[in-house]
Every structure is written in structure tokens, then in C-alpha cells.
Design a protein around this ligand. Structure first.
Ligand SMILES: O=c1ccn([C@H]2C[C@H](O)[C@@H](COP(=O)(O)OP(=O)(O)OP(=O)(O)O)O2)c(=O)[nH]1
Length: 149
């Protein structure tokens, strides 16, 4: 088990401390730390503070901000950057780029769970610059080269 330092920047979150929402749930819910409801027009993107900061510290870890499936599927509320990547040395407030890709306005309520965070391992690799790769079955084929079936 890794332990990661967390700072609660918005006192309202002290009543809903960071935790993995339900046993077995992979994502830590991130809340929209807004002072008032915020209406997003279709197509609009806003940067929403989450009221918390984490310091992963270990370069072998990263965190990803992902959309919540219900908001994305039912309301078209996804992320402006599609996925947010949190570096292990980042200590600032976690921010969520919220994009209304739907056809209807959507109102985000203060402290609503707007996205989720997962911590993932990152392999530390060195890159060797070469002129030729050793051969592989796929070679340079990609982007549908194997057909549909
Ligand atoms: O959805 C996100 C994405 C990033 N970040 C923070 C953490 C991350 O470590 C930092 C920088 O992110 P990234 O490297 O993706 O941004 P950039 O556009 O390349 O900016 P920078 O020049 O600051 O690296 O911003 C967030 O809070 N939320």
C-alpha cells in the first residue's frame, strides 16, 4: 500500500474527507469546490478547483483524472483535456477541466462529484536511440491494418 500526502484546501471537504468512495471502487471522487452553482452551456469548458492537493512524491507513480461515467454518458460532461495527468512532483491544487460536450446546458452544484482520480504506476525507462528495431510480427502496421472482423 502506498501512502500519499494530501492537503485539504477547502474546509468544506473536511466533512467529506478523501476516501475511496466504496469498497472495491478504483477512483477517488473529486468534488467541484465552487461557491455557487455554475451553468455550463453546450460546448463550454471551465477549469474547476477540487479543493485538494496531493504530492505523489515517488516518480514511479502518477495520477490520472478521469470522467465519471454517469455524467459523461447521460449529460455529456467530460474532461476538456480528455484525461488529466498529475505529475509526481506536482503540489498545486488538483484542477478539473470540465467540458460540456452535450447539447443541453448543465449546472454543476457546489461540492458535486465531478470527476475521479486514480493513482497508477509509471515505469521508469531509458530510451535507446537506434537506426533499426529488431523485427516484430506487426512491424509498422497500425490504424486498422488488421481489418474489422
Ligand atoms: O487535469 C489536470 C491536468 C493537470 N493538472 C496539473 C497537474 C500536472 O502535474 C500539471 C501539469 O499538467 P501537464 O503537464 O499535463 O500540463 P502542461 O499543459 O504540459 O503544462 P506544464 O507546462 O505546467 O507541464 O497540472 C491538473 O491539476 N489537472
Amino acid at each position: 500500500m502506498h501512502h500519499i500526502d494530501v492537503k485539504i484546501l477547502d474546509p468544506r471537504l473536511k466533512e467529506t474527507p478523501p476516501h475511496y468512495a466504496t469498497p472495491g471502487s478504483a477512483g477517488l471522487d473529486l468534488r467541484a469546490c465552487l461557491d455557487a452553482p455554475l451553468e455550463l452551456s453546450p460546448g463550454q469548458t471551465v477549469l474547476v478547483p477540487t479543493g485538494m492537493a496531493i504530492h505523489l512524491a515517488d516518480p514511479g507513480l502518477a495520477a490520472m483524472i478521469l470522467p465519471r461515467s454517469g455524467l459523461g454518458h447521460k449529460h455529456g460532461i467530460v474532461l476538456g483535456n480528455l484525461v488529466g495527468l498529475i505529475d509526481s512532483d506536482y503540489q498545486g491544487q488538483l484542477m478539473v477541466s470540465v467540458w460540456n460536450r452535450g447539447q443541453q446546458a448543465f449546472t454543476i452544484s457546489p461540492l458535486e462529484r465531478i470527476a475521479q482520480l486514480v493513482v497508477v504506476p509509471v515505469l521508469q525507462v531509458g530510451f535507446n536511440v537506434v537506426d533499426e528495431f529488431s523485427s516484430s510480427d506487426r512491424g509498422e502496421g497500425g490504424f486498422g491494418s488488421t481489418g474489422h472482423a
